[in-house]
Each structure stands twice: as structure tokens, then as C-alpha cells.
Design a protein around this ligand. Sequence first.
Ligand SMILES: Cc1cc2nc3c(=O)[nH]c(=O)nc-3n(C[C@H](O)[C@H](O)[C@H](O)COP(=O)(O)O)c2cc1C
Length: 197
Amino acid sequence: MPVPPYEPMGVMDAIYQRRSVRDYTPELVSQASIHMLLYAAVQAPTAMHEEPWAFVVIQDRNLLDRLSETAKRTIWLQAQNEDERGLARNAMNMVSDPAYNVFYNARTLIVIYGKPLGPFVTADCWLAAENLMLAACTAGLGTCVIGLAVPALNSPEWKQMLEIPEEMTAYTPILLGYPASAPPPSTRNPPKMICWK
Ligand SMILES: Cc1cc2nc3c(=O)[nH]c(=O)nc-3n(C[C@H](O)[C@H](O)[C@H](O)COP(=O)(O)O)c2cc1C
């Protein structure tokens, strides 16, 4: 497989420097850079070597704006359902704000879809997502997972619009672009140990 060029950067540097970016410049990420990231994504471990993933790249601004509106409406409707109210409460304020764009006006969205090839498809797709985000970090690109867009992407309306085969599921929408400002620091607790025998 021909590997597109990439910047060398230590894997630990990328792990510690990656932050979710929610403020992007208008500059469009090139096709070559996106190919480099997709090739990095598919190097992820994959259960039974099934490679169940497939990718959609959206750079059409109008389409992204429309998808953002559907995502907000879908989350809002979910919140009206008694069972889902707790799940969506935190998101309610954001999706009720007409000015809020779930994609923060980024120019590129990469969505990882999975084929139904066994119990580990979700894991495979998320592992590919992390590879992609760390690779983006090494290239000076920002990323942010947009979980809010998952229900909209899996709606019949959007599956048809994007020509997604019926059996495939969207797992991981990832924003991509050049950071317009440094993202705020994000800390983690030390690992909680249960036992070490
Ligand atoms: C499954 C998942 C869904 C997420 N969904 C959203 C989202 O819809 N919108 C958003 O702005 N950030 C979203 N994020 C980003 C998290 O808010 C972010 O990773 C977290 O605050 C930690 O910050 P860091 O990524 O900068 O370390 C999501 C992250 C994950 C893993």
C-alpha cells in the first residue's frame, strides 16, 4: 500500500498534545492530507482482521450546515422522549440555540461507518478514529469528535442523501481543520487502579 507522506512526531507527543478543537480557520484541508489520515486510520487493530470501516468526507459547507440543523433537531426530539431526557439534557441548551453549529463552522467532516461484521465493529471504528486524530495532530491539524451528529447521520434521510448502504452504521463523526486558536487545556485524573496482582 503506498503510504502518503507524513510529518514524523513521537507518538507520546501526539497523545499528550491532541485536544478537541472547536475553532477553525476557513482554510480547507487538502485531499492529500485527508488521504494520509485515512491511511493512518486503517492501520488500527481490527478484530478477526475484518476491517469493517468505510469513510465519508464532507467538505460542502451547505451540506454541513444542513446536517448540523438536522443533528440539533434530532437531539431535541430525542430529549422530548421521557427515556432519553437524562441522556440528552446536557446537550439541550446547545441544540436549542439557533446560533449553535454542531460542527463549529469547520470545513471538513470525516465520518467512520461500520459494516455489520461481528461484535467488535464499534471498537474497530473507534480505534481507527483515534489513529486518525493522533495522525492529524502530528500534521498540525485539529480534530473533534461530534457525537451529537450520530443520530442524524443514521437517519434514513441522511443515509439516502450520502448514499450509505442500508446495513452500514455511522459511529464516529470527526471534525477536521486548522486550529484558529489554541484549544483550552484539558486534564485527566490519574488512572484509577482496581487491582494489580
Ligand atoms: C464519543 C464522544 C462524543 C463527543 N461528542 C462531542 C460533541 O458532540 N461536541 C463536542 O464539542 N465535543 C464532543 N466530544 C469531545 C469531548 O467533549 C472531549 O473529548 C472532552 O471534553 C475531552 O477534551 P479533549 O478531547 O480536548 O481532551 C466528544 C468526544 C467523544 C469521545
